[in-house]
Design a protein around this ligand. Structure first.
Ligand SMILES: Cc1cc2nc3c(=O)[nH]c(=O)nc-3n(C[C@H](O)[C@H](O)[C@H](O)COP(=O)(O)OP(=O)(O)OC[C@H]3O[C@@H](n4cnc5c(N)ncnc54)[C@H](O)[C@@H]3O)c2cc1C
Length: 366
């Protein structure tokens, strides 16, 4: 028992899991983060690409920025800002109408502050995953969470069947941990047996999700025809948003990099044709051509990019929030918390609020 005293496993290094792990560690709990991806961040990841001629490019291909409204999130963001992990992205955004082929207006300065991680959106999660008391294991997917009734402990197993250790508490920061969607995407049973936590399972089983394709493009010359660094695309069936990634603070400005987001309608159409499994290179190529073509159809003077690559986010946003009041799901007897944006609101702030709530539940156990 001593070897697992106050040990908590956090599944996922997205912002909800990373915030939760960091708070737990500051409260004296020993935390291990397991992340199936190669690096931290989840939907706040930064993507590194290498062009055919060996140039390295980075893109925030998930969330481009975030806003803050809640006091408890302000506290964290101010601390991250003082550590140089976030900065305000002080640019005006606008909207472009694909019918009139005109910009509808540029947002007034000072309405809302838009924040980004520095030098990439993943910087916050990366730093939190390295804090004292937090051990992070990347490239380790959790395949099984078993409750050992006699020992009153959780036993974790990797997707490859390896024993990942025993823990007094678990925080899972992905809804798929107990959902049939995990089976649809991976062909395996979900890590958590829903009979162990029937109350939670009912809430988690059928959370509808909104997909999105992101297109990363790089240009040798700046796109002077675009008068803003980020804009919503109105009246397009294909594009919903575009922003100049290289205009964010702390980014390399050796070339101009943009990220475009598809509409939900477009992403659903592609997924209906190709299914939920990982998209093929051919599909991603076709999507890249179609999203770029739509940008060209704006009539704006857009040169040919020297790099173009699409990425699919099968679950970019949850379409519903399942714990707006409680902010996370909590099974006290088994010291199991489930957190993430799907609990509070479909954005970074919602995920942070949920991670704080999960840490508070676990911390109250000791
Ligand atoms: C294209 C796009 C645009 C967005 N735009 C915005 C925006 O403008 N503003 C905003 O605030 N938000 C935006 N968001 C939403 C925002 O990114 C999310 O709300 C937030 O990052 C969610 O954080 P999370 O911790 O809840 O989940 P995630 O970031 O999804 O983290 C979950 C983590 O768990 C890991 N994981 C899952 N299962 C396992 C397992 N079995 N074992 C180990 N690890 C596992 C995953 O790999 C992932 O890293 C956007 C998202 C996308 C995709």
């Amino acid at each position: 028992m001593n070897s697992v005293a106050n040990k908590v496993a956090v599944v996922g290094s997205g912002i909800s899991g990373a915030v939760c792990a960091s708070i737990l560690a500051r409260n004296g709990v020993s935390v291990t983060i397991f992340e199936s991806a190669r690096g931290p961040g989840g939907r706040m990841s930064q993507r590194r690409e290498v062009t055919e001629d060996g140039r390295e490019l980075v893109f925030d291909h998930g969330a481009p920025y975030f806003t803050v409204s809640k006091a408890e999130v302000w506290d964290l963001v101010r601390e991250w800002e003082s550590r140089g992990l976030v900065a305000e992205w002080d640019e005006n955004f606008g909207a472009f109408d694909c019918i009139s082929h005109k910009f509808l207006g540029i947002q007034q300065e000072g309405l809302t502050k838009n924040y980004v991680g520095v030098p990439g959106m993943n910087a916050i999660c990366r730093a939190l995953c390295q804090e004292t008391g937090v051990e992070s294991k990347f490239g380790v997917g959790v395949g099984r969470l078993e409750w050992l009734e006699d020992e009153n402990l959780w036993s974790l197993m990797g997707l490859d069947g390896k024993n990942l250790g025993q823990f007094q508490g678990v925080v899972a920061s992905d809804k798929n941990i107990v959902s049939p969607r995990f089976t649809n995407v991976t062909g395996r049973a979900p890590p958590l047996d829903m009979n162990l936590v029937p109350g939670m399972a009912v809430k988690l089983q059928d959370i509808p999700v909104i997909p999105c394709f992101a297109l990363m493009i790089a240009f040798a010359e700046p796109l002077f025809a675009i008068p803003t660094k980020g804009f919503r695309v109105v009246n397009s069936k294909v594009l919903s948003w575009a922003c100049c990634d290289s205009s964010k603070p702390g980014r390399s400005a050796t070339c101009e990099r943009w990220v475009l987001h598809s509409t939900v309608e477009y992403a659903n159409g592609i997924i209906a044709q190709t299914g939920l499994l990982k998209p093929s290179e051919a599909t991603l190529k076709k999507v890249a051509e179609e999203l770029f073509h739509e940008l060209q159809c704006t009539g704006l003077d857009i040169s040919q990019p020297f790099f173009k690559r699409a990425h699919r986010w099968g679950s970019a946003f949850p379409a519903t929030s399942i714990a707006r009041e409680e902010k996370c799901l909590w099974e006290k007897n088994k010291r199991l918390a489930i957190c993430g944006d799907f609990c509070v609101s479909p954005n970074i702030e919602g995920a942070i609020v949920s991670g704080i709530a999960a840490a508070s539940k676990l911390s109250s156990c000791w």
